[in-house]
Design a protein around this ligand. Structure first.
Ligand SMILES: [Zn+2]
Length: 305
């Protein structure tokens, strides 16, 4: 199989869709399997137990908050994308309905292994730059840049030697958003400059562009690098009604936690210079639903949310 054909197959991975809900399952499993391959592991078939243990924390950290996490879903459904196969005849796995995947305990009981089919393996094995290019495309398509390094370091994939054509984002978006917030972080007010150059300040998408969020001022907010990152990770969100910063109950820390986050809990974030530039409600709702690590922290005054 030639490289372009292979890259096209990975581009076509069909991610489960319901509206604009995030589904990072297949991308994370694919990245995990690519990483395993890049380290030259001879055993290319991965036991379900290993996938379950590796994917569960990744889904919790990089996916939306859910009551439970289901690594068995991508392990099963990635087969339909033509880049994954299991070492068991599907008919031997009992399922409630043909539209269902087997349960975790069934996959464990049958000791099912999964992995890339032979023709894909042959093309990928020993071709680190191809593995890296595919991995980078998957990252770009499904996760904001602020998460890339952590995902790569947790799954153990090193892209540092890879020359990739980084997607150039719309520079007008950055400029419009920073101007709307007077070149200051909307949370902490940071506005460090050298001469006329703003440092450490970024235009964040409230609804990620990976989820179809547009690069328009009503989907943007100016945040310093730190607040941008922890906003993308869902350590805080912004309330829809009164634009207050809401800290996640799952976020904690000692040094700097109060200064960076807790002191802003329940306080309004900076508003743009013109109400017309305000973040649209639907984008805030998406962030609260798909990114914020629920539940919200307790409010001593009980006066918000
Ligand atoms: Zn800040």
């Amino acid at each position: 199989m030639d490289n372009e054909h292979l890259k096209e197959l990975f581009r076509k991975i069909n991610v489960w869709k319901r509206g604009d809900q995030r589904a990072p399952h297949k991308p994370l499993l694919t990245l995990y399997a690519l990483s395993r391959l890049s380290t030259g592991q001879k055993n290319s078939r991965i036991p379900y137990q290993e996938v379950d243990e590796a994917l569960r924390p990744l889904l919790a950290q990089f996916g939306p908050t859910r009551k439970s996490y289901h690594p068995e879903q991508p392990f099963w459904w990635l087969q339909t994308d033509g880049i994954w196969e299991l070492d068991i005849d599907p008919a031997t796995l009992p399922r409630r309905k043909s539209g269902n995947n087997p349960t975790k305990s069934q996959l464990l009981r049958h000791n099912v292994h999964g992995g890339f089919p032979q023709n894909i393996l042959q093309t990928l094995q020993g071709n680190r730059s191809l593995i890296s290019e595919i991995a980078y495309e998957i990252l770009e398509k499904h996760f904001p840049e602020s998460m890339h390094d952590e995902i790569l370091s947790i799954i153990g994939l090193d892209l540092s030697k890879t020359i990739v054509n980084r997607t150039v984002r719309d520079p007008a978006f950055r400029e419009t958003v920073l101007r709307a917030y007077e070149y200051r972080c909307a949370v902490c007010g940071l506005d460090i400059r050298i001469g006329n150059q703003t440092l450490g300040l970024e235009a964040a998408h409230v609804k990620w562009h990976q989820a179809g969020g547009p690069s328009t001022v009503d989907n943007g907010i100016a945040l310093c690098i730190l607040h941008h990152k922890i906003f993308d990770y869902g350590a805080f969100t912004i309330s829809q009604n009164d634009r207050q910063l809401i800290v996640s109950e799952k976020a904690h820390g000692t040094n700097g936690f109060n200064e960076t986050l807790m002191q802003h809990h329940g306080k309004p974030v900076r508003t743009p210079v013109n109400p017309a530039y305000s973040i649209k409600d639907s984008y805030i709702r998406w962030h609260e639903r798909e990114v914020f690590k629920k539940p919200a922290r307790y409010f001593p005054d009980g006066d918000c949310q």
